[in-house]
Write a protein that binds this ligand. Sequence first.
Ligand SMILES: Cc1ncc(COP(=O)(O)O)c(C=O)c1O
Length: 414
Amino acid sequence: MSNQTKTTKVGDASGRGSVAGYRVNFPARMRTYTEAEIEAVVNVMRNAEVQTQGNYMRQFEADFKAYIGAKHAFALDNCTNALRLASILCRIGPGDEVIAPGYTFCASAIPFGATGATLVWADIDPQTWVVDPQDIEKKITPRTKVLLVVHLLGMPVNMPAVMEIAQKYNLRVVEDCAQAPGASINGKKVGSFGDFGCFSLHGAKNITTLGEGGVLTVNSDADAALTPGLRHNGVRPFSGDRDRYWVPAMSNVDMDMEGIWPNNFSIGEAQCALGSELLKTLDESNDKIIAQAAKLRAALANIPEITFAKIPDGYRPIFHQFVLHFNGSAFGKNRNDLLDFLTEEAGVRAIVQYYPLYRYPLFQRLGMAEQNCPVLEDWWDNSFSLPWWIGMPDETLDYLVDSVKAGISALKER
Ligand SMILES: Cc1ncc(COP(=O)(O)O)c(C=O)c1O
């Protein structure tokens, strides 16, 4: 392998999008839009007078709340800001601790770190590969205020166990559901268990509202009452009946939480109209990707070097990504050797998602490099993602299977 080959194949920072030289790329989006979805956007462009915070937003919030089974839902510009609102509403700051998964996308943790609280990293469950409630409980101290859990890769965290711990220690629970809209445990959807659920409608997610979007679900009426002002510059109507609608002015501006400046985290009407349309087929598209994952798992099931996350009874993971764990220690090879084969010889743009957060300079500079996540350390060094999207053709699935098998056979010979 020459340096030339490697440098010309470098894609964007996430590894997504078409990169010349690959037979199977890692796509930048999970699926294409249907005509009904395109029509929903065009209809707002053509006909809606109000372009933001109008009836489409209210409808989308009602649809989302009903779909998730949460008490309240607020449409936002992205999930990072849903997490930011949740972190504000948790009323935390310097001296407090938030237990967060050591492994997730950085946006899960950044809003909590930004409050001045300290992030304490929890390990993953060796079976399901998402944050482990037992490790969370071990890391609780008198300073702990919030448990942040992430249903990463579409796999639900064991929420009944997390909620029991939260009750025992009187802690607030934030669910990062960015990668798991529609995932559930015994029929109860993620985002309806904790105090807050934070959803992403970013361009790479299973459903997207034109590249950016998010939703915050809120389970207490008191928190929900504070959210609209925090979301939109503290704006609200002047109270009471007014003889003249312009006196003293059109709207009032106030502070919902003492000492907290409001923000503008609003999302436009066209995105909300699209969001409502996307919810209509979300279960169907989740069924499709679940079936696709089952097929790929079955085809790779008899390879002793490959393992997958275990799906506990009653769990419905929605496979935002297709992740494999490779153990080539019996013949002295590792994950990077297999990826060299897949990328350079099979033309399969496999990727390694994220980095354990405590290894990133951002968290290290802020004094949060300390970790005690032995399961994650081993798992991360040996895991990778295959190219993945909803509606992958059978011949592509077959090619991925053949490539993984050929890679392992080749590594055994070398
Ligand atoms: C687990 C997780 N949390 C949070 C985010 C942030 O979402 P957004 O891009 O909508 O801000 C993402 C994705 O981008 C994510 O994957």
